[in-house]
Design a protein. Structure first.
Length: 85
Protein backbone atom coordinates (compact mmCIF):
# COMPACT_ATOMS: atom_id res chain seq x y z
CA UNK A 1 0.00 0.00 0.00
CA UNK A 2 2.88 2.40 0.76
CA UNK A 3 4.40 1.73 -2.68
CA UNK A 4 1.12 2.57 -4.38
CA UNK A 5 0.78 5.74 -2.31
CA UNK A 6 4.38 6.71 -3.11
CA UNK A 7 3.88 5.96 -6.80
CA UNK A 8 0.73 8.08 -6.85
CA UNK A 9 2.49 10.91 -5.01
CA UNK A 10 5.29 10.82 -7.58
CA UNK A 11 2.84 10.67 -10.50
CA UNK A 12 0.85 13.61 -9.11
CA UNK A 13 3.99 15.65 -8.50
CA UNK A 14 5.29 14.93 -12.01
CA UNK A 15 1.97 16.00 -13.47
CA UNK A 16 2.21 19.28 -11.55
CA UNK A 17 5.83 19.75 -12.73
CA UNK A 18 4.73 19.22 -16.34
CA UNK A 19 1.99 21.83 -15.90
CA UNK A 20 4.47 24.26 -14.34
CA UNK A 21 6.91 23.66 -17.19
CA UNK A 22 4.16 24.47 -19.70
CA UNK A 23 3.45 27.73 -17.87
CA UNK A 24 7.17 28.59 -17.69
CA UNK A 25 7.57 27.96 -21.43
CA UNK A 26 4.57 30.20 -22.12
CA UNK A 27 6.03 32.96 -19.94
CA UNK A 28 9.39 32.69 -21.69
CA UNK A 29 7.69 32.97 -25.07
CA UNK A 30 5.83 36.05 -23.81
CA UNK A 31 9.09 37.53 -22.49
CA UNK A 32 10.77 37.00 -25.88
CA UNK A 33 7.88 38.77 -27.63
CA UNK A 34 7.96 41.74 -25.22
CA UNK A 35 11.72 41.99 -25.57
CA UNK A 36 11.31 42.16 -29.36
CA UNK A 37 8.98 45.16 -28.92
CA UNK A 38 11.58 46.90 -26.71
CA UNK A 39 14.36 46.19 -29.20
CA UNK A 40 12.32 47.47 -32.14
CA UNK A 41 11.42 50.67 -30.28
CA UNK A 42 15.00 51.23 -29.20
CA UNK A 43 16.36 50.71 -32.73
CA UNK A 44 13.61 52.92 -34.24
CA UNK A 45 14.67 55.74 -31.91
CA UNK A 46 18.30 55.42 -32.98
CA UNK A 47 19.43 53.26 -30.09
CA UNK A 48 21.23 49.96 -30.01
CA UNK A 49 19.57 46.57 -30.07
CA UNK A 50 21.23 45.58 -26.79
CA UNK A 51 21.38 47.63 -23.59
CA UNK A 52 24.21 46.12 -21.55
CA UNK A 53 23.43 48.02 -18.35
CA UNK A 54 19.87 46.68 -18.45
CA UNK A 55 21.17 43.17 -19.09
CA UNK A 56 23.47 43.50 -16.07
CA UNK A 57 20.43 44.48 -13.95
CA UNK A 58 18.64 41.34 -15.12
CA UNK A 59 21.67 39.15 -14.40
CA UNK A 60 21.95 40.61 -10.89
CA UNK A 61 18.24 40.16 -10.26
CA UNK A 62 18.33 36.47 -11.17
CA UNK A 63 21.61 35.90 -9.33
CA UNK A 64 20.26 37.53 -6.18
CA UNK A 65 17.10 35.44 -6.31
CA UNK A 66 18.52 32.09 -7.40
CA UNK A 67 22.28 32.17 -6.84
CA UNK A 68 24.80 31.11 -9.44
CA UNK A 69 22.33 28.97 -11.41
CA UNK A 70 20.17 32.10 -11.67
CA UNK A 71 22.92 33.82 -13.62
CA UNK A 72 23.01 30.94 -16.11
CA UNK A 73 19.24 31.02 -16.39
CA UNK A 74 19.27 34.78 -16.99
CA UNK A 75 21.95 34.39 -19.67
CA UNK A 76 19.79 31.81 -21.42
CA UNK A 77 16.72 34.07 -21.22
CA UNK A 78 18.73 37.00 -22.59
CA UNK A 79 20.03 34.88 -25.45
CA UNK A 80 16.52 33.72 -26.28
CA UNK A 81 15.26 37.30 -26.15
CA UNK A 82 17.95 39.10 -28.10
CA UNK A 83 20.05 36.43 -29.76
CA UNK A 84 23.74 35.79 -29.24
CA UNK A 85 26.07 38.76 -29.04
Amino acid sequence: MTTTTSEQTIADARERIDALDDRIIGLIQERVAVSAVVQEARIASGGRRVNLSRENEILSHYSDALGRPGTSLAMTLLELSRGRI
